[in-house]
Design a protein around this ligand. Structure first.
Ligand code: TRP
Length: 455
């Protein structure tokens, strides 16, 4: 296929929105709060922000410039920029990582659909905090219901993917992101004003560094990669559709900023409410789904119609935020199969969809009927989350930083970052130091720390 056949994001703002649409999703609203809860709160958040600044932004720029320069899928990108070398394995690892993430992500995305239905049917009305916990647990462990929802979610993603890059992805991001942001803000205000919310706010704002250990560091780093969609060529694939005048540094800053703000807002929704009604902050992946119904119940219980409308709006927007992320995950594998194996886009997308449905089913079942089956002490669902976010993405990020910092011709980086000299770029030096030294060294140190190398 020639370069001209490839799609383009129509406008500059479209590029930012699509990348932000990929980044903002369940990672911010579902995963960030439960990781924060598991790792003790404020200190984790500060380390997370450090990871976004020191690792996230430089690596995002690296992915952008690799993608736009090569105008190819992530494996093809490395082949083009470094023909005949083994760097293509970085791209291939990314495709595999994305596929595994897609499988368990689609399960959680399916849960959002169930909660839309619950919101509409009033199933969440008038329950106690205990009741919400029971409802969630019996739902996720039932054999078929969550599976049906996740299959439906994958099929929705498939439908959008097969309609093409520009139309599907760009249109959906433009209106939904600002709406989501406003609603999150309103809900955070509601949550903060619940009785005894102050304990939750303290949990978010008062760091206790004595509890920081190697797990906290790995958790924060993994969360930064996961939430920013980094380390597997997702944003690299998107950047291959960017226009030549898209400003890469500015896009990277904006995406990181939006993504982090959404995550922190989600924290301000979850923790004040969780402490207020007595839900443990370390409840794990169920945290969002057992805490949020309480916010609606407590804040709007007297006005059932408002509670219904707001909860419906929230779950719909959450599902759509997840959808713009699954689209990006699906696109990585689809572009790879399409361009590397000469399959047409539809066939490529169909294969990815079938594979994901099968693996997603296993992940979903591992929370119920298959829960006795454990690998390394984890269910398949937890294992996929752990291996992808905490190992594969950081390893991918490490190699992306090394590739851009040490291997790529400096001229290429300069041209892409400055749009061939037409932009004034102040952060060029900083970017280089980040990619060459800061990112690789910190990723390696966090990994070494896992083995207790530092005592
Ligand atoms: N970042 C998305 C979220 O926060 C999930 C996601 C989409 C992702 N594409 C990715 C995670 C690529 C890692 C890599 O919900």
């Amino acid at each position: 296929m020639t370069k001209n056949d490839r799609a383009n994001f129509g406008s500059k703002i479209g590029a930012i929105l699509a990348a932000a649409g990929s980044a903002v999703g369940l990672g911010n609203i579902w995963r960030f709060p439960f990781e924060t809860g598991n790792h003790g709160g404020a200190a984790f958040i500060l380390i997370y922000i450090g990871c976004v600044l020191a690792l996230g932004i430089p690596i995002m720029m690296a992915e952008f410039l690799i993608g736009r320069r090569s105008r190819a899928n992530t494996a093809g990108a490395y082949r083009q920029l470094s023909p005949g070398t083994q760097w293509k394995w970085v791209g291939r690892l990314g495709v595999l990582t994305g596929f595994l993430i897609y499988s368990f992500y689609s399960v959680v995305a399916g849960w959002t659909l169930e909660y839309i239905l619950q919101a509409v049917s009033g199933g969440l009305n008038g329950q106690t905090a205990e009741g919400f916990i029971n409802t969630f647990n019996s739902f996720v462990s039932s054999p078929w219901r969550p599976v049906v929802w996740s299959v439906l979610f994958v099929l929705m993603t498939h439908f959008i993917i097969t309609r093409g890059v520009e139309k599907g992805i760009e249109r959906s991001s433009k209106i939904l992101m600002p709406m989501l942001f406003i609603l999150l803000f309103v809900l955070a205000c509601c949550s903060i004003s619940l009785p005894n919310a102050s304990e939750g706010i303290r949990f978010l704002l008062q760091p206790d560094f004595s509890k920081v250990n190697s797990k906290v560091l790995l958790g924060a780093m993994g969360q930064a990669f996961f939430s920013l969609s980094l380390g597997m060529g997702c944003l690299c694939t998107y950047a291959s559709y960017f226009r030549n005048d898209t400003k890469l540094p500015r896009t990277a800053f904006n995406v990181a900023l939006i993504d982090t703000l959404v995550a922190i807002l989600a924290g301000f929704i979850i923790f004040p409410a969780a402490f207020s009604v007595g839900i443990r902050p370390d409840s794990g992946p169920s945290l969002l789904f057992i805490t949020l119904p309480n916010v609606f119940q407590q804040a709007f219980g007297n006005i059932p119609l408002l509670a219904l409308l707001l909860s419906l709006l929230f779950y719909v927007l959450l599902a759509l935020a997840a959808l713009t992320s699954t689209i990006s995950l699906h696109e990585v594998s689809t572009a790879y199969m399409h361009e590397e194996f000469n399959l047409n886009r539809k066939k490529a997308a169909t294969l990815v969809t079938i594979g994901c449905i099968l693996l997603g089913m296993l992940c979903s079942l591992s929370l119920g009927v298959g829960s006795q089956f454990k690998l390394f002490g984890m269910t398949l669902f937890d294992l996929f989350d752990f291996v992808t976010a905490k190992i594969m993405l950081p390893v991918g990020g490490l190699f992306i930083a090394l590739f851009a910092g040490w291997y790529l011709d400096k001229q290429i980086i300069w041209e892409e970052i400055s749009n061939r000299g037409t932009l004034k770029v102040h952060i060029y030096r900083l970017l280089f130091i980040g990619l060459k030294y800061v990112a690789p060294i910190s990723i390696i140190l966090v990994f070494l720390d896992q083995f207790n190398v530092f005592g």
